[in-house]
Each structure stands twice: as structure tokens, then as C-alpha cells.
Ligand binder design. Structure first.
Ligand code: TXA
Ligand code: MG
Length: 294
């Protein structure tokens, strides 16, 4: 299959492709997503196949209206509405109890569903024009760094999908914050640009980090992730730095990792200065890319 990069003017092609039950890559404010109909079993299967994603790692359903969240969830709590009102549209994914209409394969058979309302205008128009929730993991091959440009999507998924909608480089460059709202206490499953403290301020109660027994709550945590082919070495002390290195930001990390592979580097040295160490989301991805959090 020939893969075409199309502009937002040709979005109708992507809309038709998704309505036909196929996958399309599109930009969001975090990273590019690989989208297909969230409520159609066969469409979901195509996402897992294109990414080579393990079937036990569930997908996020992307919505453009709150009424779509009501269709997906079994029930929506006050906490859900507090967070949705404050942070949506935006880089926050909320995990809630799953409703009956939702195919089990979307959620990897978990009793929960992940929901996010993205803010990127192209993503919003796509969901609106399709008129239904769109399942979308990051548009990379499973385990690889997420794609933050149309070109990076093409590297991983070229030949596997018909269209990539080009929205330029993603503004945030790092995936959404994932928060589980299913138990007594909310659990921060994946740090992102919306910080724990801002979530706690809105909820007016503490949230916690995942513990050992929570692993099945967050299947994505089990895999080596975000990793280039090159070995990733993190350096925390300026004195240990020799030769060339990267000083990463949330916006540039995945681009730099992919760039290293384009140059066939064997090793990438990443300097984690104080600024980087303070950035929880960035440190989380760096440790995973370096294989230190599997
Ligand atoms: O920013 C983002 O979230 C991007 C853009 C495209 O929206 N999407 C993204 O999707 O990062 P993905 O599939 O690469 O990561 C989704 C994460 C995975 O770690 C997955 O395990 C977790 O969310 N997840 C999804 N559904 C879940 C559920 N029902 N329970 C627990 N974790 C879930
Ligand atoms: Mg991903």
C-alpha cells in the first residue's frame, strides 16, 4: 500500500478512510496518533497489526465532545467532570469503568477504558467529522520512540497505512498524562505535561503513584519503550561527559532519538542536568528508553 502525506485541506480523505474501518495517522498536541474507529472490532485489530502492538496493551479512545465520553464509560464521576472541565481539551487521559458498547479488544479485556479529548485542531476536526470516538495509540512501531512529525510516522508505518495527515511538529512532544480514576484513590499511571500537583489541586485530594500490585492496571508499563536502536546512556554528572551528548527537552527528545538511528549511531549519551531531572515526564521516558524501568 502506498502511504501519502496529506495536508489538513485534504482531511476529508482521512475521514473517509477511517469511516471505511481503516487506520490513519494524525497529529495531536502531544505526539502523532494512529487512529481508527474505537467502537469497531475489526478497525481496532488493524491498529494492533500495523503497530505490531501486543494485544494486552489497551488503546486510548479520543473524543471531541463530552457526550462521547458518556457513550464509552459505564458511569462518570464528579472527579471525572472536575478534571475534564479543567484540562480538556488537552494532554490528559482518564481511565474509567468501561461501558457495554466498548469492544473488549480496545481495552485489552480490562474492565476500564482510557479516554482523552485532544486539543489539536486537526485531531478535533477529524473526530468531529468522523462523528465517533477514535482509538489512537502513538503512531510508531511498538517499542520505538513516539513520532512527533509526519516524517517520523512515515519511517515506522510507511506502506502500512494509506494516509498521514501532516500537522507539522507536535507542540508538546511527549505523550499525555494518564490518570486512573477507577479506585478509591486516583493513580498516576504515566506522567505527562499536566503535573501531579495540578491534578491534586483540582481534585482537592492526593493522588498516588502505581505500586507493584497495580501492574495490570497499566499494561504499558511492562514494556521497554520509547527506545531507539542505539544504546541510550544517561549521564547525571557533568564531569562524566566526554564527546558529544544531547541535552533533551520534552519537545525534542523523540526527534533526537530517531535522529541517532538515522545516523546509525551505536550509543547516545544524554545529559540529565537539574532541569531535566525536575521534569518527571521526561525522566520517565528517558529511564525507559535506557531500559532502566522495565
Ligand atoms: O498523548 C497520548 O496519549 C498519545 C496521543 C496519540 O493521544 N497516545 C498514546 O497512546 O500515547 P499509547 O497507546 O501509546 O499509550 C497509551 C497508554 C499505554 O501505556 C496504555 O497501557 C495505557 O495508556 N492505557 C490505555 N488504556 C488503559 C486502561 N484501560 N488501563 C490502564 N492503562 C491504559
Ligand atoms: Mg505509545
Amino acid at each position: 500500500m502506498e502511504t501519502k502525506i496529506i495536508s489538513a485541506n485534504e482531511l476529508f480523505l482521512a475521514v473517509e478512510e477511517i469511516k471505511r474501518g481503516s487506520c490513519v495517522a494524525f497529529p495531536t498536541e502531544t505526539v502523532y496518533g494512529l487512529g481508527a474507529l474505537a467502537l469497531e472490532e475489526e478497525a481496532i485489530q488493524k491498529i494492533f497489526n500495523a503497530k505490531n502492538r501486543p494485544s494486552d496493551n489497551p488503546l486510548i479512545a479520543h473524543i471531541s465532545t463530552l457526550s462521547q465520553a458518556k457513550e464509552l464509560a459505564y458511569e462518570l464521576t464528579d472527579d471525572f467532570f472536575k478534571l475534564a472541565d479543567t484540562f480538556w481539551p488537552g494532554p490528559l487521559t482518564l481511565i474509567v469503568k468501561r461501558g457495554e458498547k466498548v469492544p473488549a479488544s480496545l481495552c485489552a479485556r480490562h474492565p476500564t477504558v482510557a479516554i482523552r479529548m485532544p486539543s489539536h485542531p486537526i485531531a478535533r476536526r477529524l473526530i468531529d467529522e468522523v462523528g465517533a470516538p477514535i482509538a489512537a495509540p502513538s503512531a510508531n512501531l511498538s517499542g520505538r520512540p513516539s513520532a512527533t512529525t509526519a516524517g517520523a510516522v512515515l519511517e515506522d508505518l510507511g506502506g502500512k497505512i494509506r494516509y498521514i495527515v501532516d500537522g507539522g511538529a507536535c507542540e508538546l512532544g511527549i505523550e499525555s498524562t494518564v490518570l486512573a480514576l477507577c479506585g478509591e484513590t486516583a493513580i498516576l499511571l504515566r506522567p505527562g505535561s499536566i503535573q501531579k500537583q495540578s491534578l491534586e489541586t483540582v481534585l482537592q485530594k492526593p493522588i498516588r503513584a502505581p505500586k507493584e500490585g497495580d501492574q495490570t492496571l497499566s499494561p504499558g508499563m511492562r514494556y521497554r519503550h520509547y527506545a531507539p536502536k542505539a544504546k541510550v546512556r544517561l549521564v547525571f554528572d557533568l564531569k562524566e561527559l566526554k564527546g558529544s551528548f544531547i541535552l533533551p527537552t520534552s519537545q525534542s527528545l523523540y526527534h533526537e532519538l530517531r535522529e541517532a538511528d538515522r545516523k546509525s549511531l551505536e550509543e547516545i549519551v544524554i545529559f540529565c542536568d537539574e532541569e531535566v531531572q525536575k521534569n518527571e515526564a521526561l525522566m520517565n521516558r528517558l529511564l525507559r528508553a535506557a531500559g532502566q524501568m522495565v
